[in-house]
Design a protein around this ligand. Structure first.
Ligand code: ADP
Length: 398
């Protein structure tokens, strides 16, 4: 089967066409600046070069029309006609408490996703537009929604409740949900497989460290805690997000800098994290690592504070699970930045973690970076959210 995976953001759209038999992508790319001047589509067929075409995209429907046109293009298309697309898998950011697993999209499911819009006002509406556009352009092709929050729905109440009046949970569903669930699920299964064990027999901590970053505790194959909350702002220090702070800081900054609550939120989401900590140097760890090695003080603080926060969550989640068998690093920083992995592992000696420095300097496929006598297995494992979405879509539509 050929499965089209769609990940719609507010002004962008990532896509991959995946052959579910080989689990390889046969074409992929992205549309950028949807609804903004200068929109363009990037398209790449397996084995081919990236093609960039500037083309107006007033909305997501036009973006998806261009994606389908590129996929079926006479010369460079990966398929001959749309009939070769058997199903579509959509990433949906927030499934609230309604969705604890992926689901085939029906009119009722669309209504239920809309009801979660309040919880993810930037993301869910974009995801719904993508679903609507595909339904229009590929009528009759089955579609599946795969939620970022679903994997975390197994968290117990003591992990997901905030210390706020209970009525806010009842009235507004204010609680912790967690995100990156598709990645945490994929990587935890992969780690169990790599360790030659069943997920049911393991306590794993997954550190998804990308631009957005989160940690999860996965006990016996089920998520029992994760660091993001009602929104992706909670938890780790990220590329530009603050992560956990004293909530009173918001009022303090608002007064001192004469900012509105919306302006403070923008500051915490877009100007903070390692970007803000490094004195606006960069949110990209490639730049930060270079500056760290050159002795740039703010870059050193940024990288160390980021790593320390990860190590604290690993400690907390070891306590939550009463032990840990494996720790996995994934996503852009987790897969590529040996410096961060080393700094995190330096705090974990009390767990019996021993890092193999030579293995830690490697890149590429799943790699064990702990020594054979380390009490806890530590690995980096490339995540593949698109493949995970394709697998879920296949399971529900074949
Ligand atoms: P997201 O999907 O959240 O945008 P990614 O998982 O793609 O994020 O991670 C992107 C980040 O990964 C970059 O901003 C950069 O900080 C980091 N990164 C990517 N490649 C490297 C590398 N070779 N060395 C260090 N960090 C890297």
């Amino acid at each position: 089967m050929n499965i089209l995976v769609i990940n719609c953001g507010s002004s962008s759209l990532k896509y991959q066409l995946i052959n579910s038999d080989t689990e390889q992508w046969i074409a992929k790319g992205l549309c950028e600046r949807i609804g903004i001047d200068g929109s363009q589509i990037v398209y790449q067929k397996a084995g081919g070069d990236k093609e960039v075409t500037v083309s107006p995209m007033p909305d997501h429907t036009e973006a998806i029309r261009l994606v389908l046109e590129a996929l079926t293009n006479d010369k460079t298309g990966a398929i001959k006609s749309l009939s070769e697309i058997d199903a579509v898998g959509h990433r949906v950011v927030h499934g609230g408490e309604k969705f604890s697993s992926s689901t085939v999209i029906t009119p009722e499911v669309i209504e239920a996703i809309k009801e979660c819009n309040d919880l993810a006002p930037l993301h869910n509406p974009a995801n719904l537009i993508g679903i609507d556009a595909c339904a229009k352009l590929m009528p009759g092709v089955p579609m599946v929604a795969v939620f970022d929050t679903a994997f975390h729905q197994t968290m117990p109440a003591e992990a997901y409740m905030y210390g706020l009046p209970y009525s806010y949970y009842e009235k507004y569903k204010i609680r912790r949900y967690g995100f990156h669930g598709t990645s945490h699920s994929f990587v935890s299964k992969k780690m169990a497989e790599d360790m030659g064990k069943k997920p049911e027999d393991l306590k794993l901590i997954i550190c998804h460290l990308g631009n957005g970053a989160s940690v999860s505790a996965v006990k016996n194959g089920k998520c029992v805690d994760t660091s993001m909350g009602l929104t992706p702002l909670e938890g780790l220090i990220m590329g530009t997000r603050s992560g956990d702070i004293d909530p009173a800081i918001m009022e303090f900054i608002a007064h001192k800098e004469n900012k509105s609550i919306d302006e403070v939120m923008t500051l915490l989401n877009k100007k903070s994290g390692v970007y803000g900590l490094s004195g606006d140097l960069s949110s990209d760890f490639r730049d930060l690592e270079d500056a760290y090695n050159e002795g740039n003080e703010k870059a050193i603080i940024a990288v160390k504070t980021f790593s320390y926060r990860v190590a604290k969550y690993v400690g907390a989640y070891t306590a939550a699970m009463n032990g840990v068998d494996g720790i996995a690093f994934t996503a852009g920083v987790g897969e590529n930045c040996g410096l961060v992995r080393k700094l995190v592992c330096e705090y974990l000696g009390y767990l019996g973690v021993k890092l193999d420095e030579a293995a830690n300097s490697k890149r590429g496929e799943d790699t064990v970076i702990s020594t054979p006598d380390s009490k806890v297995c530590v690995m980096f494992i490339p995540t593949n959210e698109e493949l995970a979405i394709a697998r879920e879509t296949l399971a529900l539509t074949k």
